[in-house]
Design a protein. Structure first.
Ligand code: WTA
Length: 573
């Protein structure tokens, strides 16, 4: 078998086997002041600690988009986030309140988010592409009292229908402020706020700081709740896996609306005190290569879909940029094809390191390391301090080579602590005593490497983003022409999967390309652009169980021309 040999340098994780045998999470606590004071706040550790330890003048954030180019030191970020913290306090926010952040990537987003964490609020990041219904579902479920947004996005917040939502804080000039007492100008409130660090709320390690909404195969999006203690793992995987060092310029391409964009777009890098690049705007190969070139990025964390799009770009795009600053590349979110790893090796002369984890796991769990060989196509091996296994449905561990449920021994620091308002859902993950069951199917080989095989539910990973078929189906049937809808992920060369919808029309509607487009526009304007079915197929009726549930497994089999399996529960009327 093809293997990419271990790197020959000196790394933050030099001896994987030894760390696995001796490492204890307690050791990591010593890196933080709270191990002595007992007072903790992840935002303080992320920003202020560096100032207090003499690294205040170091560049923390290098931000750019089409119109702006700015940089901020740790001292500057400390002052700005302290000021934001005072502002939240002045507006009545206190520990445990849910504050949503609904903004495009910008320095203001990072300040708004960390400032809220400083006062002990639980932040809910929302991806900027979300439209009204998606925004509403999340604000409703979490009973958020505040949302921070921009003039461009504010109209998507249906505030009349959200009794708990007291304040809509708008960053930038807006004609909305003043029109209702709910709308408040953030710039004005910031200007009135103090900038000392007395607004910090010292909390317990087990207090929450973030609520990431994510999709399952059934039901509404679920609020995955993480606590301050997660910092131990953000910090330590930043060392072991991202291999971060003092002089690194690090770039994580994920948006903070998704967990990768917070755990590794904010906390992992800044807990380790490295310079963090944020690039606003949309993806284009030229822009991305240009970003690496411009900032001399050394460590780059991205996703398979992006790598595949770069692979497909004209060779000149690559030749126009100097990418020689790169020394370490990583990937997450979907299976990383061996072909992409080979491309990375050819083009950058570097190995692409796959990492596996989930919104629910809060931080990386199964990874490839610079000091270990890579088997292209494998997600790698569990980090020290974490045990992973393959178990059957009763919790029996399976031998190497056998496929089963990818499961993690419970108790790692960044593990979710609850699903907001939904204990039964939370408990489903831990139905097998002692294990967290991921919902992914995998096997382990004789050398302890894990190999991803698929999801065992209907969750769709499209272009690295996680979408639930249920939310899309529910929206589709709200369209006047749609009687029934079933949504699946269809394998796609570039995006991993695309969203495909099977639709049965209401009486009186005829299938046509115009109708397809109209339905796509409907989803785009009410739910989100990334939730639009790229393919729609009309059917006279959809396969359903006798209890009326759409059988997505049959739709998938139709799509892939595979046998449909056991149809005994199908309603044949
Ligand atoms: C998938 C993203 C294959 C998996 C951090 C998981 C992966 C889901 C990998 C979580 C990988 C993540 N190889 N599949 N290296 N990493 N996945 O919550 O199906 O957006 O369950 O978290 O992404 O997606 P989520």
């Amino acid at each position: 078998m093809e293997i990419l040999e271990a790197g020959q340098g000196t790394y933050q994780l030099q001896d994987y086997q030894k760390e696995r045998e001796t490492f204890d999470w307690k050791q990591v606590e010593k890196a933080f002041s709270w191990s002595e004071t007992g007072k903790v706040n992840i935002a303080y550790e992320t920003i202020d600690r560096h100032v207090n330890e003499g690294r205040g003048d170091k560049k923390a954030l290098l931000y750019s988009d089409k119109n702006r180019e700015e940089s901020y030191t740790f001292s500057e970020l400390k002052e700005k986030t302290d000021q934001a913290a005072h502002m939240y306090r002045n507006l009545g926010i206190s520990k445990g309140d849910r504050v949503f952040i609904f903004m495009p990537r910008s320095p203001e987003l990072y300040v708004a988010l960390l400032g809220a964490v400083k006062v002990g609020a639980v932040v809910g990041p929302l991806f900027e592409a979300f439209m009204q219904d998606a925004v509403k579902a999340r604000l409703e479920d979490s009973e958020a009292s505040m949302i921070v947004t921009t003039p461009d996005l504010v109209s998507r917040i249906p505030h009349e229908d959200l009794p708990h939502l007291k304040t809509i804080l708008i960053s930038g000039d807006s004609d909305k402020t003043g029109s209702s007492e709910k709308f408040v100008s953030m710039d004005e409130k910031l200007a009135e706020a103090d900038t000392d660090d007395s607004a910090i709320e010292w909390v317990d390690l087990e207090d929450g700081f973030i609520l990431h909404y994510t999709s399952g195969s059934t039901g509404k999006p679920k609020g995955v709740y993480h606590v301050h203690k997660a910092m131990l793992q953000h910090y330590q995987t930043g060392k072991w896996v991202l291999d971060l060092r003092e002089d690194d310029v690090y770039w994580c391409t994920a948006d903070p609306g998704w967990v990768t964009g917070t755990s590794y777009g904010i906390f992992g890098p800044w807990l380790n005190g490295v310079t963090n690049v944020v690039r606003g705007g949309r993806f284009s190969p030229d822009d991305w290569y240009g970003t690496i070139d411009k900032y001399n990025v050394t460590v780059w964390y991205s996703a398979p879909t992006a790598f595949r799009m770069l692979m497909a770009a004209p060779q000149e795009t690559l030749k126009n940029h100097d990418l020689s600053s790169l020394r370490h590349i990583l990937s997450v979110g979907e299976p990383l094809n061996p072909e992409v790893v080979r491309w990375g090796w050819d083009v950058f002369n570097l190995r692409i390191h796959d990492t596996w984890w989930m919104t629910e796991t809060g931080a990386m769990l199964i990874c490839n390391y610079p000091s270990e060989p890579i088997k292209p196509g494998s997600m790698g091996k569990p980090i020290p301090g974490v045990d992973a296994s393959i178990v059957d449905d009763h919790g029996n561990e399976l031998p190497p080579g056998e496929m089963g449920n990818l499961a993690i021994k419970t108790g790692w620091p960044a593990q979710m602590r609850k699903i907001w308002n939904n204990e039964p859902k939370f408990n489903e993950y831990f139905a097998i005593e002692g294990w967290y069951v991921s919902g992914d199917t995998a096997y382990r080989d004789e050398d302890g490497y894990f190999w991803f095989q698929g999801r065992n539910d209907d969750v769709i990973m499209t272009a690295g983003e996680r979408v639930g078929p249920f939310e899309i189906e529910s929206k589709l049937v709200e369209h006047e022409a749609v009687a029934e809808a079933g949504v699946i992920g269809k394998p796609d060369e570039i995006r991993g999967h695309i969203i495909k919808a099977f639709i049965a029309l209401r009486e009186g509607y005829e299938e046509s390309d115009e109708l397809k487009e109209q339905i796509q526009k409907f989803i785009k304007s009410e739910l989100a652009a990334h939730a639009v079915p790229r393919e729609i197929e009309f059917k006279d009726k959809l396969p359903k169980t006798r209890s009326g549930k759409i059988m997505r497994r049959v739709l998938k089999a139709w799509e892939l021309d595979e046998p449909t399996g056991d149809l005994s529960t199908m309603d044949d009327n």
